[in-house]
Design a protein around this ligand. Sequence first.
Ligand code: CTP
Ligand code: MN
Ligand code: MN
Ligand code: MN
Length: 375
Amino acid sequence: VGGHFPAICVCLHVCTCVCAIEIILENNLNTDVLEELAENSEFNESKGPCLAFRRAASVLKSLPSAVHCLGAIQGLPCLGEHTKAVMEEILIFGRSFKVEEVQSDERYQALKLFTSVFGVGPKTAEKWYRRGLRSLKEILAEPNIQLNRMQRAGFLYYRDISKAVSKAEAKALRSIIEETAHWIAPDSILALTGGFRSHRGKEYGHDVDFLLTMPEMGKEEGLLLRVIDRLRDQGILLYCEHQGSTVDMSKLPSRRFEAMDHFEKCFLILRLEEGQMERDGGLQKDPGESRGWRAVRVDLVATPVDRYAFALLGWTGSRQFERDLRRFARKERGMCLDNHALYDKTKKLFLPATSEEDIFAHLGLEYVEPWQRNA
Ligand code: CTP
Ligand code: MN
Ligand code: MN
Ligand code: MN
C-alpha cells in the first residue's frame, strides 16, 4: 500500500465508491475477522459487543459484492464504530491491528483452542486457562482435571470432528439415518437442517443436523431411541448424548425464549465408512489418513408433526437469521416465535403451521428460501 497511501486517504474522506486505487477486499475476509472479534467478546462476557460484531458480519455477508472502500458501507445498518474502525484499518493497511492484537492474545488463543473441543464451553475453558493450562496436551496430562463423558469423546475424536464435514459426507449420513429410520418406521420423515440446508454454495459444515418426525401425532414417541439403538447395532454409534422431550405447551407464551429448545434430541458422533461415501459419489480422500473411516458430529432432533414446521425453521438457521426473525415477530407483530410455536400476544392464541411458508405468512412476510437465510 505504502506509496499509494495518500490516494487512499483522499478516498476515505471524499469517497465516491469509485476508489482511485482499488483494494480488493472479499467480504468473507471481513466477516471472518468480525466473527473472531465476536468470539473474543464472548470470551470476555461482553454480550453487547459480541452481538454487534455478529450483526455487522451478517450485514456484510448479505451484500451482493465485496466492499472496496469505506464509502460503500457508510449507509449500511448495524455497523458500529468498532466494526468501521476495523474495516478502515483493513482498507488502508490491508490488515487490522486491533484484530491482530486479539489473535495474538494468549488468553484468546487458549480459550479458542479449548472451546474447539466438543463438550467444552467458555466457562470450562476459562477455568482451565486460570489454572495455567495452555494446550490440549497439558489438559490431558493434568491429573486433577475431571472430564465428563462428552468431553472425553471430544478429545478422543478431536482430530476427526474438528475436520470440516463435506457435502458428500452429509449426503452419506442422510442416507444412513434415513435408511435406519425407515427400517423402524417406513413412513417416518427425515429432513436435513442446519448449514447444509441453508448455505448456498457452502460446501462444508462442522456437523450435520437432522429433524425427524412421523406423519401421525404421537407416533414419534420412542422413535429416536430406537434409531439410536439401531445405529449402535450397526456399529456406527461412537457417542450419544440423548435428551428427552421437555416440551410443555401450556408454559410457552409466558416464558422467555431460550437458546435451547425442549424437543427430544441427541448429540451424536457417528462413524462414517469411506465405502459409504464412495457409494454416494464425491469422496475426497486424504492419502495421509487411510484407516477407512472418520468420526462425524451429528445432531438429531425429533418432534411431533404439529411442531415440525417451527422446528424446521428454527434448526435451519442461521443463528443471526433466527434472532432477527424472533425480534421482528416480537417488535413488529407482537408475536412470540421460537422453535416450538408462534404465539399471537394480542389475540392470545397459538398460530398453527404445517410448513415454513405458513409461518412466514402469519408474520406477514414473504417466504424466505433457506439459502437466503444464511447471513
Ligand atoms: N439451533 C437451535 N438450538 C440449538 C442448536 C442449534 O435452535 N440448541 C439452531 C440454530 O439456529 C442454528 C441451527 O440450529 O442455526 C444449526 O446449528 P449448528 O449446527 O450449530 O450450526 P450450522 O448453521 O449448521 O453451522 P455448522 O456448519 O457450524 O454446523
Ligand atoms: Mn450444523
Ligand atoms: Mn452456520
Ligand atoms: Mn448442530
